[in-house]
Design a protein around this ligand. Structure first.
Ligand code: 16G
Length: 246
């Protein structure tokens, strides 16, 4: 942590600004220069305060700002960490909950809409259903440690999930509980900019970059169990895929 002390002094000498802003810049520098690496734990508030001769209120204020910026994350009971981009495999059929739990985070669903209705023509095409068939629909804000990461609109044939209330936090957990085992999925992806309404829900500036991913998920017998349109935060994810020559 010597780097932090030296950098803090440098920042404090260079500018006349409140102490919390110096600390904020110091921590930002440390992350940008790789002195603090993704996933690394920060010293506790008390320790940091002692190290830099700052009050706890000042330390807390600096950290709160960086959490809002997405540079740091706070995990309940565990402390403050440098945020990591989430690496998501494009060749594995995982769920949002799987991906986030694998990083030790706490994924949640905030239901913006939840209901049942007749398929739209687009849903009928995607789910191989006849006009008039019923689907269960969800519109969810997906968060991890209170940070919004994605918006997802899902339609599932009612023959697969008879009641919308069957999904608590995780769709795939609800599938598993009913013995429904997704075997494969087709995805398409494109870049988007969050519109005003989406940006508000995601707590991002309007026009922030995002990834739009459409997934159709199949059972072994070819039935489609899910048609989901996900809008992921562009700055939070790295998508990786292993490619083979044939
Ligand atoms: C992922 C899937 C989405 C699926 C959801 C289920 C992508 C791009 N999308 O977000 O299609 O509905 O996981 O997650 O991976 P859950 O089981 O946590 O509800």
């Amino acid at each position: 942590m010597n780097y932090l002390v030296a950098e803090f002094r440098r920042q404090a000498d260079a500018r006349r600004a409140p102490a919390y802003q110096h600390l904020r810049r110091t921590l930002q520098h440390a992350v940008e220069n790789g002195e603090l690496t993704p996933g690394q734990a920060l010293p506790g508030e008390r320790e940091l305060g002692k190290l830099l001769d700052l009050s706890r209120v000042t330390v807390r204020k600096a950290i709160a700002g960086l959490v809002t910026d997405g540079l740091l994350v706070q995990r309940h009971g565990a402390g403050t960490f440098v945020a990591e981009r989430i690496v998501k495999s494009f060749s594995q059929l995982t769920s949002f909950t799987d991906d986030l739990r694998a990083r030790g985070l706490d994924p949640k669903s905030v239901f913006l809409e939840r209901g049942i209705g007749e398929v739209t023509p687009e849903e009928a095409m995607a789910l191989n259903l006849s006009p008039g068939a019923l689907v269960v629909r969800y519109y969810r804000l997906r968060t991890a440690s209170e940070q919004p990461l994605a918006l997802e609109r899902t339609a599932v044939p009612q023959s697969v999930l008879p009641d919308p209330a069957l999904v608590g936090n995780s769709l795939y957990e609800a599938f598993a509980q009913r013995g429904i085992r997704p075997a494969r999925a087709l995805q398409r992806l494109r870049a988007i900019a969050f519109d005003a309404e989406q940006a508000r829900l995601m707590q991002l500036p309007e026009g922030s970059p995002g990834l739009f991913i459409e997934r159709r998920t199949f059972l072994e017998d070819g039935r489609v169990v899910e048609f989901t349109r996900s809008f992921y935060r562009g700055d939070a994810y790295d998508f990786v895929a292993e490619l083979h020559s044939e």
